[in-house]
Design a protein around this ligand. Structure first.
Ligand code: G3I
Length: 379
C-alpha cells in the first residue's frame, strides 16, 4: 500500500513502519495524558542538540502579557511577523517606518532572545508595496541602486542583533517553478537576486543569509520544489553568498494525514539535494493547516501531533538543520484563521498553544522530537 494515510494508521492502531528512513505513523495518542507544557522549555531541549528554537511575533503581541510569557518561556529566538517587510518599513516612497520593528528588536534584546530577519526582499508583487510594483526603471543599474538603498537601510538598522536574514522570500512561482517577474526584475532578471545577497553581505556581514520559500512535501508542490532546486543551483553556480534554505514548513493545502510515504520519499529527495549543494536548512515558519479535518478537537489534535512528530523526526535527522521557528504560538492569532479559513468557521488549531494559552499535544510532539534528535554543530 503506497498511499498509507494517517487515517489508515489510526485505523491500524499504530501499524508499524517498515521503511528505513521514513516515518510510519506516530502512535496517535502517545501525548494525550501529558501536561503539555511541563518539563524543560522547548528552547532548552533544542539547544541541547545545537538547535535554536523560536517563533514569529508581531508588535501587537508585545502588548499581550500571556503571549509574551509564552515567548519568554519557550523561545531563544524570534522573528517579526510583518514588521521588517517593505510594506511596513516603506509604505510609500517618502516614508521609512521602523517603529514596530524597533519595538520587537528592543523586546528581544532586553530579554536575551536572538532575532532573525524577515525579509530583505519579498519578491512577490502580491506582498510588495503598490508603489514599488508601479515603478518603471530605465536601466538595470537604476534598479540596482534603488534595491541597494532599500536593503542596506533595512539590513544595517539592526546590525549586529539580527543573526540571520531571509534575504529573498518566495521568488519562485509555486504553480510553475519559474522565477517570478516583478517591477524590480524587469531590467535585472535574476541578477536582482544575486545583487540582493551581495548587498546583504556587505551590510550584515555576520548574518547567515537565506533564501526562504514555502515549497513543501505536498503533491501540489512538485513544480515548486523542482523550481526552487534549479534556482538554488543557479545561485550556487554564480557564487552568490547564500548559507542556507529557509523551509517555511506551512502545510498549505494537504492535511496532516496526507503525509504519505510516497510524499515523504519525495520530500527527503528534495532535502537531500539541498544539503548536497552545501546549504544549511532552517525551518522558519512551521504550523499545521487543518482546514479539511472534521471539527472534533481531540481528533484534530491527535493527527496534528502525530504529523508534527513524523515531520520533525525526518527533518531533525539532517545535521544541517540548525534552527526551528514556528509561525506564531497561539491558535486564534494565527494567519491561517483568516487566510485559509475553515468552511464551518470552526477555529483552526495550527500552533502549539490553544486560544486559552494552554499547551497542546503538538507541543509535546515537538519536545519529544528535540529529545530524540542527534547533537549537531550549533549556528
Ligand atoms: O495591519 C493592517 C491593519 O491595519 C488593517 O486594518 C488590516 C485589514 O486588512 O490589515 C492589517 O495588515 C495585515 C497584516 O497581516 C497584519 O495583520 C495584512 O492585511 C495582511 O495581509 C498581513 O498578512 C500577513 C501575510 O504574511 C502578508 O504579509 C500575515 O500576518 C503573516 O503571517 C504572513 O506571513 C507569511 C510570511 O511572511 C511568508 N511566508 C508565508 C507566511 C504566511 O502567509
Amino acid at each position: 500500500m503506497s498511499q498509507l494515510t494517517r487515517r489508515d494508521c489510526l485505523a491500524l492502531a499504530a501499524g508499524a513502519s517498515a521503511v528505513a528512513g521514513l516515518s510510519g505513523c506516530a502512535t496517535p495518542d502517545r501525548a494525550s495524558n501529558a501536561d503539555h507544557a511541563s518539563g524543560p522549555p522547548l528552547h532548552e531541549l533544542a539547544s541541547e542538540k545545537g538547535i535554536r528554537f523560536g517563533s514569529a511575533m508581531s508588535a501587537r503581541q508585545l502588548d499581550d502579557s500571556r503571549y509574551r510569557d509564552i515567548m519568554l518561556r519557550e523561545c531563544a529566538t524570534m522573528v517579526a511577523e510583518n514588521e521588517h517587510k517593505w510594506y511596513t518599513v516603506y509604505p510609500d516612497p517618502d516614508t521609512v517606518n521602523f517603529v514596530p520593528a524597533d519595538r520587537l528588536v528592543a523586546f528581544a534584546v532586553e530579554n536575551g532572545l536572538t532575532m532573525r530577519g524577515h525579509t530583505l526582499l519579498w519578491h512577490r508583487p502580491q506582498y510588495s508595496p503598490k508603489w514599488v510594483n508601479e515603478l518603471d526603471f530605465s536601466s538595470a543599474s537604476d534598479t540596482a541602486d534603488f534595491v541597494e538603498q532599500k536593503i542596506a537601510l533595512l539590513a544595517g538598522r539592526h546590525e549586529p542583533v539580527i543573526y540571520a536574514w531571509d534575504v529573498v522570500n518566495e521568488a519562485i512561482d509555486d504553480q510553475t517553478g519559474a522565477f517570478r517577474e516583478t517591477s524590480l526584475s524587469a531590467r535585472m532578471g535574476e541578477q536582482l537576486i544575486d545583487h540582493a545577497f551581495h548587498v546583504a553581505k556587505a551590510h550584515a556581514p555576520n548574518a547567515k543569509l537565506t533564501y526562504n520559500d514555502f515549497m513543501s512535501w505536498e503533491s501540489t508542490s512538485t513544480a515548486h520544489r523542482a523550481g526552487v532546486l534549479r534556482f538554488l543551483e543557479r545561485l550556487k553556480r554564480r557564487g552568490v553568498p547564500i548559507d542556507g534554505l529557509g523551509i517555511q514548513s506551512h502545510s498549505n493545502y494537504e492535511m496532516p494525514d496526507e503525509f504519505t510515504r510516497d510524499k515523504q520519499r519525495n520530500w527527503i529527495a528534495f532535502c537531500d539535494e539541498v544539503v548536497g549543494m552545501g546549504l544549511d536548512i532552517y525551518i522558519t515558519e512551521f504550523d499545521v493547516n487543518d482546514t479539511d479535518l472534521k471539527p472534533d478537537i481531540a481528533y484534530r489534535d491527535r493527527l496534528i501531533a502525530g504529523y508534527t512528530r513524523d515531520y520533525f523526526d525526518m527533518m531533525l535527522a539532517y545535521p544541517q538543520l540548525k534552527e526551528v521557528l514556528v509561525w506564531g504560538m497561539v491558535d486564534d492569532q494565527s494567519w491561517l484563521q483568516t487566510f485559509l479559513p475553515r468552511a464551518d468557521d470552526v477555529l483552526k488549531r495550527p500552533t502549539l498553544y490553544d486560544k486559552d494559552y494552554k499547551a497542546k499535544a503538538v507541543r509535546t510532539s515537538l519536545a519529544d522530537a528535540f529529545r530524540g534528535a542527534a547533537r549537531r554543530q550549533a549556528l
